[in-house]
Write a protein that binds this ligand. Structure first.
Ligand code: SF4
Length: 241
């Protein structure tokens, strides 16, 4: 029973081991080549992943959740898309190094759409790769491929965000509030309290959320979020508060 449980927990690793075993039985040389390849990638991962985990932990510690929500959250719109491209584009290292970073960003409020953009641009349009592409295939090829790839990433990230929701990501033990205000960003213009006085009030020159507001009107809250000149309000409709 213990073995079955172990297989269930590590199902994917078990499938890989099984594939190696089958390969060894039917084509020994190919099996040995596969093992050598895996050994190479394993060594590479052992060298790369520890600094990535340290960097991720430091980012988790230093970058406040409000900042991630503001710049990469669902309300970040075009700014979030641009920053996600930038983040993925200037990165270095293999794509698997991006996964722990993205998990941390998602946990802190980055939207699914922006996570897809970061991962995709990390994989196919990062700057060091573009320079190599120019060297081997020429500027014309690189520019056309880059433009088409960016368009494809925007479309695919949008489609993914329609299909995959925050709750579908197992590691993302989302603690995002349904509604939050980044008080550092709030400029105290009172627009939200005028637009939706049942939910927002002013306190010491900053907007806050009324604790026991009854319900949220989807249209009204979306309009209020959009109208905020400081982009200080985040609304996460996927959260079940
Ligand atoms: S609209 Fe935005 S900036 Fe203005 S008070 Fe409300 S939260 Fe602050």
């Amino acid at each position: 029973m213990k073995i079955l449980k172990l297989i269930k927990v590590n199902f994917f690793a078990f499938l890989v081991l099984l594939a190696y075993l089958v390969l060894m039985i039917f084509n020994r040389n190919l099996g040995i080549d596969s093992l050598k390849n895996s050994q190479y990638y394993l060594k590479e991962m052992i060298a790369i992943m520890p600094p990535i985990f340290i960097l991720t932990a430091l980012l988790d510690l230093w970058v406040p959740k409000e900042t991630i929500l503001k710049y990469l959250g669902t309300g970040s719109k075009v700014k979030g898309v641009f920053l996600s491209f930038l983040l993925g584009g200037i990165s270095a290292g293999p794509i698997y190094a991006a996964f722990p970073v993205c998990v941390m960003l998602h946990k802190k409020g980055a939207s699914i759409r922006n996570i897809v953009i970061i991962l995709s641009s990390w994989a196919v349009i990062k700057v060091p790769m573009l320079l190599n592409e120019v060297k081997f295939l020429g500027v014309h090829f690189m520019v056309i491929r880059w433009i088409l790839t960016v368009i494809a990433i925007i479309v695919f990230s949008w489609i993914t965000s329609l299909i995959v929701k925050d709750k579908d990501i197992p590691e993302a033990d989302i603690e995002l509030p349904l509604l939050a205000i980044n008080s550092k960003a709030c400029i105290g213009c009172r627009l939200c309290t005028k637009n939706y006085p049942q939910v927002f009030k002013m306190e010491n020159g900053k907007a806050t959320i009324i604790k026991d507001y009854k319900t949220l009107d989807e249209d009204l809250i979306s309009q209020t979020v959009k109208a905020c000149p400081a982009n200080a309000i985040s609304y996460n409709p996927e959260t079940n508060d």
